[in-house]
Ligand binder design. Structure first.
Ligand code: NAD
Length: 409
């Protein structure tokens, strides 16, 4: 029933549109920042970002361009050193999810000291909570996938253990999300496809996320409980995101250098999906992608996208109506099948069809996974308790293996 749950929607201030990046001077002044520090990639420096910023602001700003794709803890700590040595008072992060995530943790380490592992949960780190507010951060995404510009999470790779881990805190959410579709025109087709699948997975998993009450601090009962899982706002955001991806992802992959409408549609979709999953959580596709991230040469979007159709089928019995709706939103048509089971299968097949059209990686086999890996990977998946808490259908080893097998090719 509407109103029977108290939920809270969290989001940074956001600005969206072609040319929005030109508002940078106004926005930096608006947040009261005198000396911004740029965090970006070498690719963006080559593409003339410094000249563009000088044109907009009228002066040069200090920068660090050491962002790695799927960033390592070492790279982030190096960035924190560079930011600490400057006398800058805010961060401007320009790039894909890797740049935005790097900037979030750079901000944390430069403000409170310590290492990445201090803030990573056991067994990989000390599990220290983020102590408090960090410096203002403007997030400018240049891929349409992660939604990191609006989320409170940052993901890093720990090279020693070959695992990816997240640091999450409301304090890490950027101050402003500044989204300009023009900045995504240069994304190559494969990265457009992978990041597009990341956005679709966020949208679908948050749409079907199971409601539950989590506490801010599980060991401290005095903390107020927090509602996680889908609710009307996140559902509306996810529905719109799925619809936009169905309409624009093929065009963005094939005509991405010039089709600004398709790029705008995809950037809007990834932003909406980010708002949705950033408030409701994700599920099994994300949990089961973690064992892939460190061990196999696979990007985040590729990993979750390969698993998505099988995960939708696996979860369908928990809510056939929503599974069917995913297919209808994606295709803009009604389900042509008669039974709920067939409609769920149809929806998953429509995702597979889209993936085939955009030449997306066809399955786990293609990234080097063999059947012998599956049990160990499934056991690792079950350790992702935070991600699995919102998965609508209970998950056990057999369930994860069923999903992996179905996603092999
Ligand atoms: P990415 O940032 O690693 O970028 C992929 C590649 O594209 C890089 O080589 C980058 O330099 C290049 N690139 C970026 N923008 C470009 C542009 N406009 N033109 C040309 N090249 C461009 O990829 P991503 O998928 O955006 O981010 C992946 C990271 O984000 C992973 O570490 C993943 O785990 C994390 N992630 C974070 C969240 C979150 O909420 N914080 C959510 C999902 C994923």
């Amino acid at each position: 029933m509407i109103g029977d749950t108290i939920w809270e929607f969290r989001s940074p201030r956001s600005k969206f549109g072609v040319g929005a990046f030109n508002e940078l001077k106004f926005e930096i002044e608006r947040i009261g920042c005198k000396k911004p520090f740029l965090i970006t990639t070498k690719g963006w420096i080559k593409r003339g970002l410094l000249d563009r910023i000088r044109e907009i602001l009228g002066f040069d700003i200090p920068y660090w361009d050491g962002v790695e794709p799927e960033p390592s803890a070492e790279s982030v700590e190096e960035g924190a050193k560079a930011f600490s040595q400057s006398d800058a008072d805010c961060i401007l992060a320009v790039g894909g999810g890797s740049a935005l995530d790097t900037a979030k943790i750079v901000n944390l380490l430069a403000t409170y000291g310590g290492t990445v592992r201090d803030y990573v949960a056991p067994p990989y780190g000390n599990g220290k909570p983020v102590p408090g507010p960090v410096k203002p951060m403007i997030a400018v995404p240049t891929t349409a996938g992660t939604g990191s510009e609006v989320t409170s999470v940052a993901v890093v790779t720990l090279k020693a253990e070959n695992v990816k881990v997240g640091i999450s805190s409301d304090y890490l959410r950027p101050t402003l999300a500044l989204l300009d579709p023009e900045l995504t025109l240069s994304v190559p087709p494969k990265i457009t496809a992978d990041t597009g699948m990341d956005a679709l997975t966020h949208a679908v998993e948050s749409y079907i996320a199971k409601p539950y009450w989590a506490r801010e601090k599980p060991d401290d009962p005095s903390k107020r409980p927090v509602y996680v899982g889908s609710y009307p706002v996140t559902e509306a955001l996810a529905e719109k995101a799925i619809e936009l991806i169905g309409k624009y992802l093929r065009r963005a992959v094939y005509w991405g250098q010039t089709d600004i409408e398709a790029r705008s549609g995809m950037l809007l979709a990834s932003y909406l999906a980010g708002l949705s999953f950033g408030n409701s959580g994700v599920g099994l596709a994300h949990a089961a992608s973690y064992p892939l991230g460190g061990r196999f040469k696979v990007s985040h979007g590729e990993a979750v996208g390969i698993l998505l159709p099988a995960v939708l089928e696996y979860n369908a019995p928990a809510n056939y109506q929503k599974a069917k709706r995913v297919g209808e939103l994606l295709t803009g048509t009604n389900c042509p099948e008669r039974t709920p089971e067939d409609c769920a299968k149809w929806a998953a097949d429509e995702i597979r069809k889209l993936q085939k059209d955009i030449k997306f990686t066809p399955g786990l086999e293609a990234v080097g996974v063999v059947e012998e890996d599956l049990i160990e990977m499934a056991e690792e998946t079950l350790k992702q308790k935070r991600l699995l808490a919102t998965n609508p259908r209970p998950v056990d080893v057999e369930g994860v293996i069923w999903v992996y097998k179905r996603a092999m090719r």
